[in-house]
Design a protein around this ligand. Structure first.
Ligand SMILES: CC(C)[C@H](C(=O)O)[C@@H](O)C(=O)O
Ligand code: SF4
Length: 476
């Protein structure tokens, strides 16, 4: 019988298989950041063990880093300790680190792909749930816990429980103005935040094949929000073009050999998935969340749902709790929801294409008076590219704040936070209670919806902007 993409990559990495035991897999790339690595390094130190493969291990600073005044000492003692600890550990164990201020620094899931470290057919792990992002290249990429981080540091292998496979086939074409973010939010709303539990998802079909690498990363990034172990997309010409010429991509004859192998990384025609979901892309519209988990979303044109309309008691209860926390009323049109903050960034939507699409909407327009808008590139490289294209000027002219790279307002581990009761439209991936700051309320959106929302001050899509006067350029 044929095999799926995930099964092929898995089989190619098994270093030990024994009856009744989980397979032991070789890990090709181990990414580290400051939050989940300290105890793992402590464990190694106590056991007197070195890092087995420093050449396959790389660290960056992202969660605790500020996005302003990065040359000043870090004010928050917890964040400062986290970063200092990572620096000490990497120096002691010989691990390559891109610290704050380095040109390769950024959110770990933006850094790996842009360096060409994330490659098709590889196994990638990181002590971070959004490691699923790297599956966009046809890599098998898992988020792992701190004790597993220690295991990989010590052995470059990991015992992993078997998985099930789910095909998510997206037919048709995304309508104008509908993005990868809308698609993944719609998929999670459909299968639920537990729908992917135990599965490696493979996104496939014509609508997926048309997507850029950035868009594919947005989709795979949020696989974890559907509860999945990982998400994958088969590598193709788009993948190869993205990788060619990157720092760590193979070169010359090695490149040709790599591409020849990568081309075999497709699910066989006769392979059977454990579950299948079909989505028609042409039926989708801009999608936003109204609740406190990423599955509580609806098309922007809809209204806040009535909890009473849910047949399932636990869903009804979750919706009631969510409306209470979010300060929303059943039946209220989603477009009427006013926000005070807009955040464009994160490993979901902080790449160059995301910034370009937000800038295209903000060009010649102004952020509404009572809205603060933060634009946070996913990495320093993304930031430099944006500056070279003049996007930073577009953002600041519109009244948005142009910040330094990092996780920023995606989660409340650094100074960029919502105050209690504040409401954001955010291009990140989690809208849990308090995620962006205690008492903060988060609506997950695409970069396009974020930009239109910033201009109008309420949840909106670019199509709603036709009636907003475009500021007359100076001198005209
Ligand atoms: C801090 C880290 C462990 C966490 C994760 O695992 O994803 C964070 O990146 C997040 O997005 O919630
Ligand atoms: S940007 Fe957000 S989701 Fe991504 S690693 Fe940072 S905190 Fe986690």
């Amino acid at each position: 019988m044929g095999r799926t993409l995930a099964e092929k990559v898995w089989d190619d990495h098994v270093v030990r298989r024994a009856e009744g035991e989980p397979d032991l897999l070789f890990i090709d790339l181990h990414l580290l950041h400051e939050v989940t690595s300290p105890q793992a390094f402590d464990g190694l130190r106590k056991a007197g063990r070195p890092v087995r493969r420093t050449d396959l291990t790389i660290a960056t600073e992202d969660h605790n880093t500020p996005t302003l005044d990065i040359d000043k000492p870090i004010a928050d003692p917890v964040s400062r300790t986290q970063l200092e600890t990572l620096r000490k550990n990497c120096a002691e164990f010989g691990v390559r680190l891109h610290p704050l201020g380095d040109v390769e620094q950024g959110v770990v899931h933006v850094v790996g792909p842009q360096l060409g470290l994330t490659q098709p057919g590889t196994t990638v792990v990181c002590g971070d749930s959004h490691t699923s992002t790297h599956g966009a290249f046809g890599a098998l990429a898992f988020g792992i816990g701190t004790s597993q981080v220690e295991h990989v540091l010590a052995t470059q292998t990991l015992p992993l429980a078997p998985f099930k496979t789910m095909a998510i086939t997206v037919d048709g074409e995304l309508p104008e103005g509908v993005t990868a973010k809308d698609l993944i939010l719609a998929i999670i709303a459909r299968i639920g935040t537990g729908g992917g539990q135990g599965y490696v998802l493979e996104y496939r079909g014509p609508a997926i094949e048309k997507l850029s690498m950035e868009a594919r990363m947005t989709i795979c990034n949020m696989s974890i929000e559907a509860g999945a172990r990982a998400g994958m997309i088969a590598p193709d010409r788009t993948t190869f073009d993205y990788l060619q010429g990157r720092d760590h991509s193979p070169q010359g004859e090695d490149w040709d050999a790599a591409v020849a192998y990568w081309k075999t990384l497709r699910t066989d025609d006769d392979a059977v998935f454990d579950a299948e979901v079909h989505i028609d892309a042409s039926e989708l519209a801009p999608f936003v969340t109204w609740g406190t988990n990423p599955g509580q979303g609806a098309p922007l044109s809809a209204s806040v749902p009535d909890p009473a309309s849910y047949e399932d008691a636990s869903e009804r209860y979750a919706a009631e709790k969510a409306l209470e926390y979010m300060g929303l009323t059943a039946g209220q049109p989603l477009r009427d929801i006013k926000v005070d903050t807009v955040f464009v960034g994160s490993c979901t939507n902080g790449r160059i294409e995301d910034l370009r699409s937000a800038a295209a909407i903000l060009e010649g327009r102004k952020v509404a008076d009572d809205v603060r808008m933060l634009i946070v590139p996913g990495s320093v490289r993304v930031s430099l590219e944006a500056v070279a294209e003049g996007l930073d000027k577009v953002f600041t002219a519109a009244g948005a704040e142009w910040r330094h790279a990092g996780c920023s307002m995606c989660l409340g581990m650094n100074p960029d936070q919502l105050a209690p009761g504040e409401r954001s439209a955010s291009t990140s991936n989690r809208n849990f209670e308090g995620r962006q700051g205690k008492g903060g309320r988060t609506h997950l959106v695409s970069p396009q919806v974020a930009a239109a929302t910033a201009v109008l001050g309420h949840l909106a899509s670019p199509a709603d902007l036709s009636d907003v006067a475009v500021a007359t350029p100076a001198g005209v």
